[in-house]
Design a protein around this ligand. Structure first.
Ligand SMILES: C[S@@+](CC[C@H](N)C(=O)[O-])C[C@H]1O[C@@H](n2cnc3c(N)ncnc32)[C@H](O)[C@@H]1O
Length: 210
């Protein structure tokens, strides 16, 4: 099963599953790191059912929500049916369906460990930022819980923070920081007693002003 098939299948249950894996603290930290401002435009890459988007619209931003899974975006559309400030686009993190220099912020929470090439996805997220825009990625620290490949179709077992910093800089971002998000991700195996407790990093960088 591919990651897309997995998220198609769990789309209806994702909110409940996600609540068991990580808390709203991730979103609070991500939005605070970007110091988001009302009226600006943000992209939520690998948006799922809109965990990050929810915080952004509550802060008065417009959101372009991108996900590989049309099924999970349909769930999100139902959930946010009364919010006109969201534009939904099916697409891939390595080929984001947004023109360059378009958004003030790009966020990706727990998407990077699913993509084929994390450095290419980071370069794409940097591409869509306006000059002076901010990229915020929250994802898993490097870990050894192999069952997540099998059960959640994770492609990468988290990341070294030093690699994330290197990829941000290679994408042309400046003022790069990779810190602890201050919270963890916890996953109980579906089928055995394996239990993963994994740190979450919060990476930020700015596209140079024109
Ligand atoms: C772990 S979920 C996180 C969803 C949401 N950001 C959240 O925090 O609840 C990962 C999401 O990334 C999407 N995804 C995985 N690989 C992707 C890719 N290459 N391009 C776009 N979306 C992708 C999945 O379909 C899924 O919705």
């Amino acid at each position: 099963m591919s990651s897309k098939e997995f998220f198609d299948r769990v789309a209806r249950d994702w909110d409940e599953m996600r609540e068991g894996y990580y808390s709203d603290d991730v979103r609070v930290s991500a939005l605070a790191a970007a110091a988001v401002e009302a009226g600006k435009v943000a992209a939520d890459i690998g948006a799922g059912t809109g965990f990050i988007t929810q915080g952004l619209i509550e802060e008065g931003l417009q959101v372009i929500a991108v996900d590989q899974s049309e099924v999970i975006l349909d769930e999100m559309k139902t959930k946010f049916a009364r919010h006109p400030a969201i534009d939904y686009r099916v697409g891939h993190a390595q080929d984001i369906p947004i023109p360059g220099d378009t958004v003030d912020y790009a966020f990706a929470n727990m998407c990077l460990h699913h993509v084929e090439s994390p450095p290419d996805a980071i370069r794409e997220m940097a591409r869509i930022l306006k000059p002076g825009g901010t990229l915020v990625i929250t994802d898993a620290d490097e870990h050894e819980f192999e069952f997540l490949r099998e059960e959640h179709h994770d492609r990468w077992l988290g990341f070294k923070r030093s690699d994330i910093g290197t990829w941000f800089e290679a994408a042309g971002l400046q003022d790069v920081r990779v810190d602890d998000a201050g919270t963890c991700c916890e996953v109980q195996s579906f089928c055995c007693e394996d239990f993963a407790r994994i740190g979450i990093f919060l990476a930020t960088g700015q596209k140079p002003a024109a």
